[in-house]
Design a protein around this ligand. Sequence first.
Ligand code: AMP
Length: 550
Amino acid sequence: MRLFKTLAGLRTYLASVRDKQTIGLVPTMGALHQGHLSLIRCGISEVDRVVVSIFVNPLQFGPQEDLDKYPRQLETDAQLCESLGVAAIFAPTFEEMGVNRTSQGATEPEFYIRQLIDNLEKLGVSNPDDLLAKIITPNSELLTPNSGTQVVPPPQMLSVLCGPFRPGHFQGVATIVSKLLTIVNPNVAYFGEKDAQQLAIIRRLVKDLNLPVVIKGCPIIREPSGLAYSSRNQYLTEGQKKEAIALYRGLQAAKQAFLAGERQTQVLINHVKEQLTPHSDIKVQYIECVHPQTLQPLDTIETAGLLAMAAYVGSTRLIDNMILRLRKPIIAIDGPAGAGKSTVTRQVAKALNLTYLDTGAMYRGMAWLVLQSGIAVEDESAIAELVSQATLEFIPSPDEQPPQVIVNGENVTQSIRTPEITALVSPISAYAAVREKLVSYQQELGKLGGIVAEGRDIGTKVFPDAEVKVFLTASVQERARRRLIDFQSQGEDNINLQQLEEDIQQRDYQDTHRTLAPLRQASDAIELNTDGLTVEEVVNKIIYYLESSS
Ligand code: AMP
C-alpha cells in the first residue's frame, strides 16, 4: 500500500494505473471504524484500486466545534487500510489541500448570527432556523472570507436537518469533496448513508457539475447494540453509550409504526421522541422527515422518507437516520454466464408475482434504433447522441409472453427478435452512453420496486439498495456440463467438454475484466452456488432470502 501526502505523488501514481484499472475513492476524516471499513470493503469488491483519503477538513467545522480534539490516528488507520487491500492512502496537509487551518467553515459572523437566531427563538419568533438559512446561504460568500473558491450546495438542501445548526458545514464538505473528486478522478466514490444529508448533497453536486463519477451510498453500520459507528463515539462514556442506543430504538419504533401503515411524518417523529424523552442526558436538536433525494420536508410518506435526527448525548453531538420505504421488494441476481440466471430470475418473478425486468429486451430496443437510423455501429458518438434522445417504454406482460418494448413511440416487440438485432446488441450495449441511458431508465422503473432483474452489475450498480442481492454461481465444470446437455438436446453431439470448460473460463475472465459494467459480487450479496441444485431448489432459496430479509 502507498501513502501519499502530496498531490504530485498521488497524481503520478494514479496516472500510471488509470488506463488499465478502475479507481474507487473513499473520502474520510480518519479514525477509521467499522462504518468506514464497510465503504472500503465495498470499493475493494467493485473496483481495481481503492484510494482512501484521510483529511480532517477545517472548512466543515464551526468555531464552536471539535476540530482540535477530533481523533487523529494515521498509523492505525494505515494498518487497517493495508489489511483490507487498499491501494493508496491520500493524507494531505491543510496547505496541500489549499485551505487555511484557521478558515473554519462557520466564521465569526456566522457564529454571531447563530446566537442572534437563538435569541430570536427565545423571544418567540417562529421558524428562526429558516430565517438563518435565508440569511446564510444567499450571502455565504460574504460570510466565509479568505477561504478560496467555495462550492455552495442548493439553499433548499441546506435549510433542513443539520443545515441550520451547522452553518457553512455542507459548503465546506462540498468544497473539499469537489477537490478530492477532481484530484483523484475516480470511477466510483463511496459515501455512507449515515451522513444522509451529505450523501444527497454530493449526489446533487455531481449531477449539477456533470462530474464523471458514480456516487455509491453504503448502508449504516451499527454496533451490536444498534448504535451507529461514528468517530465521535470515542467521546462517549460507557454510560452515555448505553443511553445513546435510544436513538436507534426511536428510529426502530417509527419503522414499526410505518410498517403497520402509519404515513404521517409527525406521528412517526413522535414515536422517536417517545423513546428519547426518558433519557435526561439526551438533548434532541432536531427530528425531521424529508425526501431522501431532494431533502424537501414531507408531511406524509408517499414512496420513501428519510427520518433523521441529531441529538447531544452529554456534550457529544450524534446523528442517525433511517430510510422508510414504501415499495415492493427488488431482487437483484448477478453472476457469471451459464450459472442459470435467466431461468432462475424468470421463475422467481413468477413465483412471487413480481415483474421480470428483461433488460436484454431494452438493449435490443436500442440496437433496433441504431439499425433503423442507418448509423454505422462503430460511430459511438453518433449512437450516443441518438440513444440519449430516444424515448423507451417497457411494458411487462402479465403472462409469460415477452414484454412490450416501445421505442420512440413505435412498438418494436416483434422486430427486436431477429438474428440481425441479436448480432448488433452486444457491440451496442458495450457503449457507455447506451448503458447510462438504460441504467437510469431501469432505476426509474425500480422506484416502486416489485422487480426481479439479472445481469452483471444489477446489485452493484443498477439497484444497489435491492432488498435481496444474489450472486448466482456454479463451478466451471458444472456450467460446462449443463451447456453440453443443452447442445445434446438440440441434436448436437459433436461437442468437446474440455473445450466448453475453456470457453467458460475465458468468458469469466472477460466479464470480470471489462471496464464497462464488469462482473462483481456486491459486498452484501449472498453467494449461491448452484452445483448439484435443481432450478426449483435455487428459486426456493431465493424466496427464503427475501422472506428472511423483511
Ligand atoms: P467521516 O470520516 O466521518 O467523514 O466519514 C467518512 C465516510 O464514512 C462518510 O461517507 C460517512 O457517511 C461514512 N460513515 C461514517 N460512519 C458510518 C457508519 N456507521 N456506517 C456507514 N458509513 C459510515
